[in-house]
Design a protein around this ligand. Structure first.
Ligand SMILES: NC(=O)c1ccc[n+]([C@@H]2O[C@H](COP(=O)([O-])OP(=O)(O)OC[C@H]3O[C@@H](n4cnc5c(N)ncnc54)[C@H](OP(=O)(O)O)[C@@H]3O)[C@@H](O)[C@H]2O)c1
Length: 301
């Protein structure tokens, strides 16, 4: 099969198309013919070696952690995902998504509703799932106002959609090119930049951070002390302000809930950039640039 990955830790120059054997699914695993793969910042961070302590890989490694596809084989013990089913999920440890075939852990796989496109389904496990888990952790209630840092990216835009659907007021920090879209999602736009905290128009009851570093520290310093903070980009800085990271739920039940929210229109992943597998490097470069709008997808078949 054709797959896109990297041969050693480093920059984009370590990325290649590979010709690899198709894996056999082990117990509890399914093999899928990939239709689409989501592209995330974690992909280049793994390639760069930033995740060596937490993500175990064997080189050469295939990039990508989430796909949608059709089940073509199932390992022992898998009963819920027979051959031919349309599914999406998080790839199992050691397997990448930018490939014609990949292996999913059945316990991190859900069925793709007909109403959800292959591309949209491929973006749910990482970005939408992280957004859902971050809001579960922050637990805002109707009447709360939350500040979202990095609101126009994959996770941020899903946070906006989920929060607004629950009646939460959102102040969304992003670059000016994303203003119109953010406002169309029902959030108040706050332009990012060195003085963005001056434009925060009212008190907030919580912060969801998808940027980290100086941006998170500026926001945390500006808001009332003790306001809860969750950060998926920089849990260490968040902890300095009494905040936390986000524990992920990659279960079938969690992914099925995301599928329902997408089928019902609550979640509507914006996918402006779709690249064929042969051009997966361009897809990842766009995300690595750090200012993407919505989600980027690699379309495999
Ligand atoms: N722990 C986890 O499980 C987990 C899961 C998913 C993601 N993450 C992390 O969460 C972060 C966000 O992920 P993502 O998928 O949403 O990334 P993304 O799609 O690349 O979006 C990041 C967004 O941040 C914005 N941004 C960059 N610098 C900014 C600044 N100074 N102020 C305000 N906004 C800024 C970017 O656009 P503009 O500046 O152009 O507005 C972009 O829209 C990444 O660090 C990722 O690794 C962690």
């Amino acid at each position: 099969m054709i797959a896109y990955g990297f041969s050693e830790y480093g920059g984009p120059d370590t990325e290649h198309l590979f010709d690899l054997p198709v894996a056999e699914p082990g117990p509890g695993q399914i093999l899928v013919a990939v239709h689409a793969a989501g592209v995330n910042p974690a992909d280049w961070k793994v390639r760069a070696g930033n995740r060596k302590d937490t993500v175990q890989i064997t080189l050469p490694a295939v990039l990508g952690r989430e796909v949608s596809g059709t089940v073509v084989a199932a390992g022992s013990g898998v009963v819920d995902f027979p051959i031919g089913d349309h599914v999406f999920g998080a790839t199992d440890a050691g397997f990448g998504g930018y490939a014609q075939y990949t292996v999913l852990n059945a316990s991190s796989t859900a069925h793709k509703p007909e109403a959800v496109s292959w591309a949209a389904a491929a973006t749910l496990p990482v970005a939408a799932g992280t957004a859902y888990d971050a809001l579960q952790r922050l637990h805002p209630v109707v009447g709360d106002s939350i500040l979202v840092l990095g609101a126009g990216g994959g996770v941020g835009s899903a946070v906006l959609q989920l929060a607004r659907a629950d009646g939460i007021d959102v102040l969304a920090v992003a670059s000016v090119g994303k203003r119109e879209w953010i406002e169309s999602l029902g959030a108040e736009f706050v332009e990012s930049g060195p003085d963005f905290v001056d434009a925060i128009s009212r008190p907030v009851t919580g912060i969801v951070d998808l940027v980290g570093g100086a941006t998170l520290r500026a926001a945390a310093t500006a808001v009332t002390a003790g306001v809860p903070i969750v950060s998926v980009a920089d849990p260490v800085s968040a902890a300095q302000f009494g905040g936390s990271g986000v524990e992920r739920d990659r279960s079938t039940a969690a992914f099925a809930r995301l599928a329902d929210l997408t089928a019902s229109g609550v979640l509507c992943p914006r996918i402006d950039h779709v690249f064929p597998l042969e051009r997966a490097g361009e897809a990842l470069a766009l995300v690595e640039n750090g200012h993407v709008l919505g989600k980027v997808v690699v379309e495999v078949r």
